[in-house]
Design a protein around this ligand. Sequence first.
Ligand code: SF4
Ligand code: SF4
Length: 332
Amino acid sequence: MKTVSSLLDDHWYERYKKISKLNFRSSIYDVTNRCNLRCKGCFFFSSGEHEAAAEENDIEKWHAFVEKEMERGVNLAILIGGEPTLCLDRIEAFYKRMPTFCATNGLIKVPRDRFPDMMVGLSLWGTPEDEATLRGKDTFKISSANYAGDPHTYYLYTITPKQLGKTEEIIRKIKDVGLKVHMQLLSNDEGVDGFSWKPEELIAIRDEMDAMLDAYPETVISCKYYHEIITTGQMLGRPFGWLECPSVTIAKDNREPQPKRLINFIRWSSDLQTMHRCCTSETRDCSTCKDGAAHMSWVMVNKRAHMRSTKDFQNWIEVYEMFAKLYQFIPW
Ligand code: SF4
Ligand code: SF4
């Protein structure tokens, strides 16, 4: 086994040192089963996860629950839904205690006097026309007005096959409102016509994502290795899928042999008792899963495998840095 210092020059070693002490222990929480949108292809609704359990309405129980999560070692809370901003008091139960990330459609503005530095990820599914098709609304118009220039906010841009050739239009709009963007790919869970990836489209979108990173390095939070992994579904010659996925809830993980995985990861339902299978859709076929965070984590938990060459290890560092930036553990 090669050592870190034998693989890296001074510059890369400094970068490695900055991330090597970070020790993420994340879990994901459904804050509510409700949403003020109903997007076609939303994994939460399409897989029936919104009906898996009744919401816990007693706010004291949320506070006690977060305390127990901290005892379990969780140090990064990722809040999803439904739409978390419908329940600000539940968000606060997390935010008061640990680094918290809130994924939202941005229709409601998180009050910054109450949550001054909470990281917010705004979902965006493309051009106004594509958003109207998939989400019934041009959310960018509203979310950009709510969050323009906010230093703790970025767009989580879900790229669909319809976005080919249009990503620059979107990235420029985001740059112009003073926000950052991270790209991920749609998993077409509801089989919406025209929104499933063809192999040649994945090759083309990878080139486009690379070009966006080159052209807008101050706006796009990404790295080319991530683009490779997410578009090919391959890492070091291994295919992504159920046998490799790191983002599986610990109590539901009966895989043998056990792959490298996020330590003690759980995705909790909003009753604070029920657990979902993984960070995304309960019913999704893992062989078609394009989830960005699961792919990122896949790289991150496989550090040793990337220590076979300098380039591979630099790729690993870049993905780790990207994750750390997205969750505000290191500056943009
Ligand atoms: S805004 Fe998010 S949670 Fe709501 S329906 Fe759309 S994808 Fe699902
Ligand atoms: S659907 Fe995706 S995130 Fe969930 S277990 Fe399968 S590969 Fe992992």
